[in-house]
Design a protein around this ligand. Structure first.
Ligand SMILES: Cc1ncc(C[n+]2csc(CCOP(=O)(O)OP(=O)(O)O)c2C)c(N)n1
Ligand SMILES: [Mg+2]
Length: 376
C-alpha cells in the first residue's frame, strides 16, 4: 500500500516536471548539497588535538592571570602592573618547547616583563605570580621586593627579569659562552633564549648580542627573539626604525633571521621548534621577530585598560571552533573557572605578610653575606 503511494508520488513529480518543460521552464541545475562536515584547517592538523587544546587552555590561563593582576593593581593591592596580555601565542609555545632544568645543559631564559605566558606554560602557579605583584615575603621570585612579572626561577634557568630594558641581551652572551664550551666538549648543552621588545632593540645591549653571538668560529647557541608590538611605551615603531624589520639587522652578521606572525600559536610553535633545532645542531644564533599585540597598553602607567588590536586568543578560538576541535563556549567555561581560581588565590595572598626589613640583603651577595656597609 505504502509502496504504491510512493510510486504515485514519484510519477506525479515526473509528470509535473514534464509539464513545466513543455511550458518552457528550464530544468533546475543539480545542486550538490553537502552534509556540513567540519573543514579541518591544514595547519591545525600538524599538532594533535590534545596539544591544540592544551595550548588554548594555557593561553586562557595566562590571560586570566594577567587580568587578575590588573584588577589587583586597580584595587590598590599592588603598586604597579606590567605584563604580557597579547603575547600568549608566542609565549605559550615557547614555554612548551623549552628544555627546562638547571645549569648550562638545559636552556636558559633571559626574559623581559611580558613573559607570563611562557612561565604559565612551564608550570608556574597562579599563587607565585600573585605573591610577586602583591610584594609578599612568600614570593619565590624576589621575596616580595620587585614588581609584577619580574620572575626568577633558578631551578628552571629563568634568570631574574630586570627593569632596565634590553640588558638581558647582554647577559645571554654569558650563558651562551658557557653552553658553547659544553658543546665543544661534546657534552649535552642547551640554548640561551632571550626575549625583549622592539623599542629596546635600539639599546647597545642588542647590538652587543648580535656581535658576540656571531664572532667567526666562536658563534653562540643564542636564540635572539624580539616581540615587536610596534610600541615603546607611547613612541610608535614607525617613527623610530629605518629598518623594515628588527630582524633584518641580523643579516649584516650572517645570522639566520625570520619574521613571523606572533599572534598565531601554530606558526610560532613550528618556528620556535625549527629555530631551536638549528641552533643546537649548528651552535649558531638565530634572530626571530614575532609580531605581537599589546592589549592592555604599556603598563599601569598608561592605564592598563583594554585596547584595540588582534587578540590571539579570540583568533585561535575561532579556528578551533570552526574546525570542530572544541565546542563554542569552551573558552568561556575555561575563563570562568580560571577567573574563580585567581580570585580565591588573591584572597589568600592578601592575608600574607610583606618582607621584613632584616631580609633586605638576602640574595644580594654570595652566601648571603650581610652587605650593610655600616657593619664592615
Ligand atoms: C634602559 C632603560 N631605558 C628606559 C626604560 C623605560 N622603559 C621601560 S619600558 C620601555 C619601552 C620598551 O619598549 P619595547 O622594548 O618595545 O618593549 P614593550 O614594552 O613594547 O614590550 C621604556 C623606554 C627602561 N626601563 N630602561
Ligand atoms: Mg614594543
Amino acid at each position: 500500500m505504502r509502496q504504491t503511494q510512493v510510486a504515485k508520488a514519484k510519477a506525479n513529480v515526473k509528470a509535473d516536471a514534464k509539464a513545466k518543460l513543455a511550458a518552457g521552464s528550464k530544468p533546475r541545475a543539480k545542486i550538490a548539497v553537502k552534509t556540513a562536515k567540519p573543514t579541518k584547517e591544514r595547519a591545525l592538523t600538524l599538532l594533535s588535538k590534545p596539544q591544540l587544546v592544551n595550548m588554548m587552555d594555557l593561553m586562557v590561563k595566562s590571560r586570566v592571570l594577567e587580568e587578575r593582576l590588573i584588577k589587583i593593581y586597580k584595587a590598590g593591592d599592588a603598586f604597579f602592573w606590567i605584563g604580557g596580555p597579547g603575547e600568549e601565542a608566542f609565549g605559550v609555545p615557547l614555554g612548551l618547547l623549552v628544555d627546562k632544568g638547571q645549569g648550562p645543559s638545559h636552556d636558559y631564559l633571559h626574559l623581559h616583563y611580558r613573559a607570563t605566558p611562557t612561565l604559565v606554560a612551564m608550570g608556574m602557579s597562579y599563587i607565585d605570580s600573585i605573591r610577586l605583584i602583591m610584594n609578599r615575603a612568600t614570593d619565590p621570585s624576589t621575596g616580595g621586593r620587585n614588581f609584577a612579572n619580574h620572575y626568577c626561577y633558578p631551578q628552571w634557568n629563568v634568570v631574574p627579569v630586570g627593569s632596565p630594558i634590553e640588558v638581558q641581551y647582554g647577559m645571554a652572551i654569558g650563558t651562551g659562552i658557557s653552553q658553547r664550551r659544553l658543546k665543544m666538549k661534546k657534552q649535552k648543552s642547551g640554548v640561551s633564549i632571550v626575549t625583549g621588545g622592539d623599542a629596546g632593540s635600539a639599546e647597545g645591549d642588542f647590538a652587543s648580542c648580535l656581535i658576540w653571538s656571531s664572532r667567526p668560529e666562536k658563534e653562540l647557541p643564542l636564540y635572539i627573539t624580539v616581540q615587536n608590538n610596534k610600541w615603546g611605551i607611547s613612541t610608535p615603531y614607525s617613527e623610530q626604525h629605518g629598518e623594515k624589520n628588527v630582524a633584518d639587522r641580523g643579516k649584516a652578521f650572517g645570522i639566520r633571521t625570520n619574521v613571523v606572525n606572533g599572534n598565531d600559536p601554530i606558526e610560532t610553535y613550528f618556528q620556535i621548534q625549527g629555530d631551536l633545532e638549528y641552533i643546537k645542531k649548528n651552535t649558531r644564533p638565530v634572530l626571530t621577530e614575532f609580531q605581537v599585540s599589546r592589549l592592555y597598553g604599556h603598563s599601569s602607567a598608561s592605564g592598563a585598560n583594554r585596547e584595540n588590536g588582534d587578540d590571539p586568543i579570540e583568533l585561535f578560538e575561532k579556528r578551533l571552533v570552526d574546525s570542530k576541535f572544541v565546542k563554542p563556549g569552551f573558552v568561556k567555561e575555561l575563563w570562568t573557572a580560571y577567573d574563580t581560581e585567581s580570585r580565591q588565590i588573591s584572597d589568600i595572598v592578601r592575608a600574607e605578610a610583606g618582607p621584613l626589613s632584616d631580609t633586605i640583603w638576602d640574595h644580594v651577595y654570595v652566601d648571603n653575606e650581610n652587605a650593610d656597609w655600616r657593619k664592615f
